[in-house]
Write a protein that binds this ligand. Sequence first.
Ligand SMILES: Nc1ncnc2c1ncn2[C@@H]1O[C@H](COP(=O)(O)OP(=O)(O)O)[C@@H](O)[C@H]1O
Ligand SMILES: [Mg+2]
Length: 371
Amino acid sequence: MNKSALELIGVSKLFQKDGESVLAVDAVGLTVKEGELVTFLGPSGCGKTTTLRMVAGFELPTSGRITIKGKDMTNVPVNKRGIGFMFQTYALFPHMSVYNNVAYGLKARGEKDREIKTKVREALRLVGLEKTEHRFPNQLSGGEQQRVALARVIVMEPSLLLMDEPLSNLDAKLRIHMRTEIRKIQQDLGITCLYVTHDQSEALTMADRIVIMNKGRIEQIGTPFEIYSNPQSVFVADFIGQANIIRLKITAVGSDTISVQIPQGGVFTARALRPERLKKQEAIYKVGAEASLIIRPEQIQLGPAPAKEDQFPAIVESAMFVGSHIEYFVKLPNDSVIKALVPYQTGMHIFSAGDDVELSFDVASAVFLPN
Ligand SMILES: Nc1ncnc2c1ncn2[C@@H]1O[C@H](COP(=O)(O)OP(=O)(O)O)[C@@H](O)[C@H]1O
Ligand SMILES: [Mg+2]
């Protein structure tokens, strides 16, 4: 028997706000495997929190179904779902010791003192706080309080762990440290986890898979590598990592490539994606229309003009030496501004503002998407 840990089937949520309806979540479908950590990433207001709150049971879906380990949970109350949550504000009980904060839920559940002690100590050991059980929250650093909050959740042995931007109150350095810690604990316990963030590097470094949301809908689901190297929409390409998005006129359409007119140059051909959601459309790419070329800054090389047939002529707008790289902004004759991050090698020529250059890149690293 191989039931998925969690399944969302056509889940939607319609809110009424000031007499208007807001479709906060629009037909979201997702299957999460046992032990998987799935991050939800997207701009503010795209429906991440609402989706999580429906999984938790704090909101009921307007339509659709939610199953946990194959059991329909759509209308099951919060406390019957066996879910642990951790939110941005983790509100420890200030008048209780660390031990009692962590033990609180087990006591409420009526577990025996001896078992509680074993479980609390184990949870505190997992989060690296075994020596603090007698302290009070105000005697702990922000990071330590966060760990207590995590211990308090995992001690309950939830079947599913939900986290909504749990690190956003911490400073940058601690945030980076804690994401590795959380990931390690999650993997050690083999606990299935949904993790909401609007921080793309957090999403990329922690996730088995990322769900990219936009305006209530899922734009793409994939491993960090898939999302980064094969974005299925301009939105995803733009949201994950840095991407240059250059709109160019199509001159020819092949079976899985297209060719475009390089502004004041020749013709450039590369792989063209046909996103799943547009499969039904007859012609995603048409000669004479435009497509978006997606190219990452670190894939671009600059050379002295003139450009060859399949290279892009450009003028350097700015060049900045940033140690390991030179960060260039260059302008194409169609006014597109492109960022290039060129690794610095000793003795290499650095172009200056106003220089005529050519841009080149490995065709395999570029991809076309519909506008
Ligand atoms: N209780 C609510 N009542 C009305 N509208 C809401 C409510 N909760 C969220 N929304 C709206 O739903 C949309 C998605 O919100 P949310 O899920 O919080 O997004 P995110 O977590 O991605 O920032 C937003 O437009 C928000 O204003
Ligand atoms: Mg939110």
